[in-house]
Write a protein that binds this ligand. Structure first.
Ligand SMILES: [Zn+2]
Ligand SMILES: [Zn+2]
Length: 250
């Protein structure tokens, strides 16, 4: 592993540690590239407050901090500036207008809710409703087609607990379309380490079958996870005989 493009900061209110500690942990692991992709600020209509992302007022500080770490560690590691955000059709354009003013290297699509988030289904909630699964697929495909995203983070985030055939039928569309667009699908280590519903075996069977590009992401919410030495073995065990078309650079 030479890179990680999925690193959060304390600005999202649920990650810990100083920005620099993430860089130091990445150096300890011997990474060549460390990308910060904290939960992006989002412009919502009205006074809705989204509590798991960086507030817009902190965007400038985030950008300045990552750029200064890039300078400071230039001869040891490549520090990249990114953000992770959802595709919310009603407020994506307006949010992008603001983000475009920043020197961002890349954006990760991470679809934590459907609709425009407010009062809608969160993708970590269990559902056996095929209609919800279809909405997830439709909305994320629309997101991928905007051309704004370099990678799809935890594409298998949705916790569908219905029939495996139904799941694979719809999720295959994501895998095929990502492959056609050349957008890598992220194998999410946070999910693996904390035994969440993702990475989902049924999804990664499809990724192997279709030969779509894939990349490993830590989704680090604390610096120490970047040092975890048992991870390599954990990944190999989990994948078993699945043949994945890995890439390491976005
Ligand atoms: Zn997070
Ligand atoms: Zn994340």
């Amino acid at each position: 592993m030479i890179s990680n493009y999925h690193t959060h900061t304390k600005r999202c209110r649920h990650a810990r540690g100083e920005d620099e500690e993430y860089v130091q942990a990445a150096l300890d692991r011997g990474l060549q590239i460390l990308g910060f992709a904290d939960h992006s600020p989002y412009i919502f209509p009205g006074d809705y407050y989204s509590d798991f992302r960086m507030p817009m007022e902190e965007l400038e500080d985030y950008v300045a901090s990552v750029l200064s770490l890039r300078e400071k560690y230039a001869d040891q590691i490549e520090v990249k500036l990114g953000l992770e955000l959802e595709y919310y059709p009603g407020c994506f354009e307006e949010t992008m207008q603001v983000l475009k003013g920043q020197p961002l290297d890349y954006l990760l699509l991470g679809q934590h809710a459907l609709g425009d988030e407010q009062g809608d289904y969160f993708t970590g909630w269990p559902t056996e409703d095929e209609a919800v699964l279809k909405r997830y697929v439709r909305q994320t495909l629309e997101g991928l087609h905007t051309g704004a995203f370099s990678c799809f983070a935890h594409p298998d985030l949705i916790k569908f607990v219905g029939a495996p055939e139904i799941y694979q039928k719809h999720m295959r569309e994501i895998v095929r379309e990502a492959k056609a667009l050349g957008i890598p699908l992220e194998f999410n280590l946070l999910g693996l380490q904390t035994h969440r519903n993702y990475p989902n075996r049924l999804f990664w069977e499809l990724v192997a079958e279709e030969g779509a590009k894939a990349i490993i992401g830590f989704d680090a919410h604390q610096p120490a996870v970047l040092r975890d030495e048992d991870l390599g073995e954990m990944i190999t065990d989990w994948l078993g005989d699945l043949q994945i078309n890995w890439i390491e650079k976005l």
